[in-house]
Structures are given as C-alpha cells and as structure tokens.
Design a binder for this molecule. Structure first.
Ligand SMILES: C[S@@+](CC[C@H](N)C(=O)[O-])C[C@H]1O[C@@H](n2cnc3c(N)ncnc32)[C@H](O)[C@@H]1O
Ligand code: SF4
Ligand code: SF4
Length: 327
C-alpha cells in the first residue's frame, strides 16, 4: 500500500544499553518525546517477545496508513511516500548497547562519567542476532542498513563475530562510527568487499586540537589507520573523515582549512560534516551567522576539492534556518 512511512517503523530496531527502540532518531524532534520510540523499556539482553514486537509495529504502521504520526515522528526527515509491504521482518538495525570506548571526546555524553561508562558491562548481542537469523526475522539484507554507534565498536567483544554473520548473510550496507584508534581486520575485510562504510571523526586539523578534544594522544595513529583503510576500500567514498564543528573550540577558519589540507594530503575522498549536538539544541532555531557561514564555507570548499561530503541533519538545519534569515 502507498503511504508516508519510514524504514524504521517498517523494518527497524535499535538496541540500546537498557531499552529496545524503533530507531535512534526520536531525539531529532526533541528530547521530551523521544521516549515514544521505545518498544521495550528495561531491556538488558536475552529473550525478546517478537509477537509483541510486531504487534506494536502493526499498530504504528496502521497509524501511518491513516496519516497519523507519533509526536516523535512528526516532521522526521526519514518519513517518505512509498509502497510499503505488510511483511514482518527486520533489516534496519542500530547497535547502541554499549558505552566502552578507547577515546574521551569532550563533547561525548560518556564524558560526564567516563569511568562508569567504560566499566559498564553490556549484554551480549551476538546470540540475539544469531537467534534472529535462525528464526528468519532478519531478511532482505541487500536493502538493509546496519549502523554501529556505541561506544567504540572495534573494542566490542562480539564485533568480529557480528560482522562475520552479517557478511555471511549478504549484508552490503554496514555503517561503522569508529574512533579509528584500533585497526580492525573485520573492517578491512568489509571495506574490500564494499559492504561497509566507516566514519572517523577527527574534528581537528592538527595534533594539538585533536588532543584537546579527544583527550588521547592518538592523532598520528588514527591517520595511519585511515590511510590503511583507504588502501583497501572498494569504492572511494567508503572511508569518511568527519569534522564536528564545535563553536569556540575548533571553528576557526585556520583549523578548518588545516583539516581540509590533511584530508586531501592523505588521499581521503569522502568527508562528513556535523555540528555539536548540545550547542545545536541550545541554539536552535536561531543560529548565529558566523556558524552558518562556516558550515556554508565547508560545504563549498568540499565541492571545490571534489570531495564527497555528507552533511548531518543538525548542520543541514543550520544551513536551512540560516538561509531563512540572512543578515
Ligand atoms: C557516540 S559515537 C560512537 C561511535 C564511535 N566511538 C565514534 O565516536 O565514532 C557515534 C557518533 O556520534 C558522534 N557524536 C558523539 N557525540 C556528539 C556530539 N555531542 N555532537 C555531535 N556528534 C556527536 C560521533 O562523532 C560519532 O560519529
Ligand atoms: S519517523 Fe523518524 S523518528 Fe519516527 S520511527 Fe521513523 S525514523 Fe524514527
Ligand atoms: S570516540 Fe565516540 S564513543 Fe568514544 S568518546 Fe568519542 S564520541 Fe564518545
């Protein structure tokens, strides 16, 4: 049937540290309503009531058929008109069930209590996924989306086994956010197959700023790993280097230009641009002109350098709202 819906209501699941949600995008419409995307609260691994899971999905799909949407979904950029089927299966998965990391970015929510987040013992995800495959719940992996957030994926105990099982079942669109500090053979293998893209957030054009933001001395190691990953990627845009613009921390034109210089010098062909989330939430919808100008500048510069640039929704919103009220 033809109606406006999203892949996540139809086929999605997000594993969180203590919950299962439809997707990880509920926060985009505001923190007050994001809880509406929760399917099972107080989840800490183990058995999932799949009948109940799909029953809730049926109710949400019925709402969409009638043109009704949760507050958390109204205006979501992931809604679109499509011919949606009524089959029960999953092929959009987000893994956000752990918090351990080998980095300490000042902007990361884990920075509030790094010790606790690093010691947090996550539930085992591999047996859950294996069981889902056995039950035939994960299907149509050619058109799937698999996203690893976290925590740092490459230090997750189950990481290699998880990648392996998805590759074996034909996954072609695995997306990994990684600090880039630990080199992963599973990432290397998936990049060679063209089944994975990775995003490494450098957020800096030099060692000094990197260390100030990331609080680890790994600038050269990360660039070494980026170069190694680039060598094995099947397509030129699978390895993306990211810049999160953090006003008053890394937003000078000098820093931005140095980041572009490093990107080009190291043979990177694809970049990502974002803006720090807390700053975004505090400032929206009245973004200062200078940040609008800097984001516009980065977009333009990527074009001039022939770089494939993905712009995250927060940065896109700055571009959109900045244009509405040009100074
Ligand atoms: C929480 S991280 C976890 C994955 C991995 N450790 C990493 O940083 O790439 C997932 C993504 O969120 C981004 N992120 C984390 N905190 C952010 C913030 N305050 N503002 C914008 N992006 C943020 C990171 O850059 C990363 O791309
Ligand atoms: S509409 Fe957006 S927020 Fe709602 S379930 Fe779909 S992707 Fe998630
Ligand atoms: S690398 Fe990722 S998880 Fe680790 S501190 Fe930075 S943003 Fe957080």
């Amino acid at each position: 049937m033809h109606y406006k819906s999203c892949q996540w209501v139809n086929r999605g699941i997000e594993f969180r540290t203590d919950e299962i949600r439809i997707c990880c995008y509920g926060y985009l419409q505001g923190r007050e309503t994001e809880y509406q995307t929760t399917l099972f609260s107080d989840y800490h691994g183990g058995k999932i009531d799949w009948d109940k899971f799909f029953e809730i999905k049926h109710q949400l799909k019925q709402m969409h058929k009638e043109g009704k949407y949760l507050d958390a979904c109204k205006n979501c950029i992931y809604l679109y008109e499509n011919d949606w089927d009524d089959d029960d299966y999953i092929n959009h998965l987000t893994f956000n069930h752990w918090t351990k990391c080998n980095c300490a970015c000042t902007y990361c929510y884990t920075n509030n209590d790094k010790k606790a987040y690093n010691q947090f013992k996550e539930y085992k995800i591999y047996p859950i996924i294996k069981d889902m495959f056995k039950k035939g719940l994960i299907k149509n992996l050619e058109s799937s989306c698999l996203c690893f957030g976290g925590g740092e994926p490459t230090i997750l105990d189950d990481f290699d086994k998880l990648i392996d099982i998805f590759l074996k079942h034909g996954s072609k669109n695995i997306r990994i956010n990684t600090s880039g500090i630990k080199y992963s053979k599973s990432i290397e293998k998936s990049l060679k197959l063209g089944a994975m893209s990775i995003v490494i957030s450098l957020d800096a054009g030099c060692r000094e700023t990197y260390e100030k933001i990331k609080q680890v001395k790994c600038y050269d190691k990360v660039w070494d790993n980026i170069r190694k990953y680039i060598k094995c990627q099947k397509e030129p845009n699978l390895v993306k280097v990211k810049f999160i613009l953090i006003p008053k921390v890394n937003d000078s034109y000098e820093e931005i230009n140095k980041w572009f210089d490093e990107v080009v010098k190291n043979g990177v062909k694809a970049v990502s641009l974002s803006v720090e989330q807390d700053w975004f939430n505090t400032n929206q919808p009245n973004f200062p002109d200078d940040i609008y100008e800097k984001i516009s500048y980065m977009e333009q510069k990527a074009k001039e350098l022939n770089l494939d640039m993905e712009i995250y929704c927060e940065a896109l919103a700055v571009l959109r709202d900045g244009k509405k009220n040009p100074s």
